[in-house]
Design a protein around this ligand. Structure first.
Ligand code: NAI
Ligand code: AKG
Length: 387
């Protein structure tokens, strides 16, 4: 039996990918083989010795200390693109909420009193304060053209907007998906200086923390709208607050509320619901549960954020999965240990990614415990298990 510890609300469709006759899945469990989570913060949470894999049912992994798991030879999986459509739809909604002052107009309408004639009179008298602008013809800047950014850019083109994008690490896959109408900015500053609305779709990391700060807001057009459905921390909220106060920014729309933004009349703050649709929750949970299962049962790695993709079809025999540092002579030392135990290698696949590597080896017979311990003791081996 494999044990899977869950945090957060994981879609049942995903949990059902882990059959009950082979998996014990619970929110409280001792010695888990894997952790399945959404936004729960794992920073500072001790890593149980037993954990072999972590699955993030979503895109962002800034809630997971990936480097610490890497040192332990534990792959962290996510679900790239599985919730992108949900976020795209909320971003489009966010642009419309801001452009048409929908939140303030709704608040106004809900507090009206009196009979229909009075209400009608009040509506016609005051509606001018909620006059907005149309998205068609406006310029949208999309920072980060990954799974979400590409979908947002293409949808904005379909709405008649001019779209400019910036992503120095644009993948070939994203480039294929992106509308040819999307123009390319030369830099972040070039992008944000040109746009009427700016939407952020980058991960939170050391390069993107406070990427939108007072200096950058200063070069945005007066009256621009900022949308942040990426992460708190990418935007310096205090600077955005100042810009909203002076009118330099017309609106800030986000699903990452903070104290300074909560009650601000020009901020539209939502709970973190970008990915909260039945479809996205199911897509993410199914995607990542399948990856966790394939890793636990076959040692295969697909869509890990820290290890390379290593997938070998399962044949007869015993399989060894070894995570190691990407340094010379690892495979040589592992092979020697196996040869000394008189084990014959049927198949072997070794791949590296940055400082890490992963090796799958199919063998003709059982690995003696002392051989496994010898492999684990090789300098640079991070984890090794018989599968
Ligand atoms: N509000 C919500 O509920 C959700 C928020 N997110 C957030 O959105 C982020 C993006 O998600 P995806 O598009 O699925 O990820 P992705 O990995 O497909 O795309 C991210 C893109 O950002 C680019 N990028 C990285 N650093 C950059 C920089 N400094 N400047 C410009 N581009 C940069 C990358 O090259 C990549 O193309 C996630 O990391 C997560 O933080 C994701 C899903 C749901
Ligand atoms: O699970 C969620 O609702 C959070 C989604 C998210 O922020 C992500 O996938 O990065």
């Amino acid at each position: 039996m494999f044990k899977v510890l869950t945090y957060d609300n994981i879609s049942i469709a995903g949990l059902e990918r882990l059959p009950r006759d082979r998996y014990e899945v619970a929110s409280e469990i001792q010695h888990p083989d894997a952790i399945l989570l959404r936004s729960h913060n794992l920073h500072g949470v001790p890593i149980p010795e037993s954990v072999k894999a972590v699955g993030r049912a979503g895109a962002g992994v800034n809630n997971i200390p990936v480097a610490e798991y890497s040192k332990r030879g534990v792959p962290v999986f996510n679900a790239p693109g599985a919730n992108a459509n949900a976020v795209k739809e909320l971003v489009i909604a966010g642009m419309l909420l801001a452009a048409r002052n929908i939140c303030a107009a709704w608040d106004f309408a809900r507090q009206l009193e009196g009979d229909d004639e009075v209400i009608h009179h009040q509506v016609e008298k005051h509606k001018k304060q909620f006059a907005g602008f149309e998205l068609a013809g406006k310029t949208l800047g999309v920072l980060g053209l990954g799974a979400i950014g590409v979908k947002v850019a293409n949808a904005a083109v379909a709405l008649g907007m001019h779209v400019i994008g910036y992503d120095p690490l644009l993948t070939v896959e994203s480039a294929w998906q992106l509308s040819s109408s999307v123009a390319r900015a030369a830099s972040i500053d070039d992008l944000i200086a040109k746009v009427d609305l700016l939407t952020l779709h980058v991960p939170l990391n050391d390069q993107t923390r406070h990427l939108v700060n007072a200096a950058r807001i200063g070069i945005m057009k007066k009256g621009a709208v900022l949308l942040n459905f990426s992460r708190a921390g990418i935007v310096d909220d205090a600077s955005v607050c100042n810009a909203l106060n002076t009118g330099h920014l017309t609106a800030y729309v986000t699903d990452f509320p903070s104290r300074v933004m909560l009650k601000h009349p020009r901020a539209i703050v939502l709970p973190h619901i970008g990915a909260s649709t039945a479809e996205a929750e199911e897509n993410c949970a199914v995607f990542v549960a399948d990856r966790i299962r394939d890793f636990l049962e076959n040692g295969n790695i697909r869509h890990s954020v820290n290890f390379p993709d290593v997938v070998m079809p399962r044949t007869e025999g015993i399989r060894l999965g070894i995570a190691n540092e990407n340094v010379p002579n690892m495979v040589g030392q592992i092979s020697s240990a196996l040869a000394d135990a008189n084990l014959n290698i049927l198949d072997l696949l070794n791949k590296s990614r940055g400082e890490l590597a992963y090796t799958l080896i199919d063998l003709n017979s059982e690995v003696p415990p002392e051989t496994l311990e010898r492999i684990r003791a090789i300098k640079g081996v991070l984890s090794a298990r018989v599968i």
